[in-house]
Design a protein around this ligand. Sequence first.
Ligand code: SAH
Ligand code: SF4
Length: 428
Amino acid sequence: MNKSDSERISGILSHFGYEETDKEKEADLLIINTCSIRQLSEDKAYSKLGVWGKRKRNNPNIKIGICGCVAQQDKDKVRKRAPYVDLVFGTHNIYELPNLIKRIENNEKICAIKNTPVICDQNNFKIERKDSVNAWIPIIEGCNNFCTYCVVPFTRGRERSRDMNEIVKEAENIIKEGFKEITLLGQNVDSYGKDLNDKNITLANLLRKLNKLKGDFRIRFVTSYPSDITDDLINAADECEKVCKYFHIPMQSGNSRILKEMNRRYTKEEYYAIVKKIRERFPLVTITSDFIAGFPGETEEEFQDTLSAIDELELDYSNTAAYSPREFTKAGKMTDKFIPENIKYERLERLNEKNKEACIKSNKKFIGKILNVLVENITLKNGKRILNARAGNNKIVHFEDNSKNIGDFTNVKITKAQTWCLYGEPAD
Ligand code: SAH
Ligand code: SF4
């Protein structure tokens, strides 16, 4: 979502004479788009601002901005920790940027934080997409779930879905521009349409509509909330040949008591049933997840349920994190139940080991299989042309080929599996 917001921000700035540079030291305007999901990401943002602040002392003409969740969450803290910042703007203020930029150019210092959520429609501004093959399309923003550890509902507001026709129009343009993959984005992508009071506006129906668009491209959607995956969505994924057979369904914990404490709306058994249903329908599907180690009050036995879940469900990959207390959240106030840091990080290490094991096991399943991949970039290695591609199931595949180019779809026979990627040879 942040990447997508950054593409919108660069797009808006381009209308006002700004051009992106990859030479940070030469920039006249520096904007950091921040994430506050964990303390680490927040700390990174402040450390970057510190570097820019030093630069501004030598060159006061540089303008510095901060946006995203850290800005939205606590503007006073930003002001206090980085008083040299010219512009602070929140997650709902991106489309005010034209006016804000003019004002900072006139040496005003501005803090624009709105609490009324907006819908991220294009508003006639360009979007400067960074990737040449994949294009992000946010379809729903915000979250109503209030998982007890998570700051997102406080920084992104309640769920709001975009108009279906607007999304289809954006997708049509993207395909015309030559993109080969569309990723539909949402904090809970399967909640799409619930706020629009029209029972036909669902993620499943959006997939069916997009699948009918002409062109050689594929469709992904992230992130799915386990208990919101409907049979209709599974049917749509099955019917639509352009939809990748790949589901990202964060489980967060393998233990039902912890899931309840997290305010997740499913039990361990319900999650297992969803995975089983998807695997039965799509034999070569990949299912990935997110897990948190050391949630307040988590016992060693409860943590072991998370390790077992990765094994038993044969999860293909998981994002992992140590629990990080967040402002405003319920779990952040459970200080008497916080797990000591050393135990939390020891659990995270074991979780990462288990995830590695699961990945290599998953990758080995594909040896000998033919996967259809999309070439994302090319590297030259010892005079050989190595194509770096992604399969529909989201696996990274490397292979040598002299005839294919970035943006081509092609078949590859998998010959070797490593922990994080596959190797293969052309099979067309
Ligand atoms: N909407 C998605 C997740 C969005 S946040 C869902 O419901 O699954 C992305 C991931 O960050 C989460 O899945 C969670 O694993 C992690 N996360 C969120 N808050 C966290 C916290 N306080 N500490 C550690 N990890 C956290
Ligand atoms: Fe955060 Fe839960 Fe919403 Fe996901 S569903 S964004 S984890 S509150």
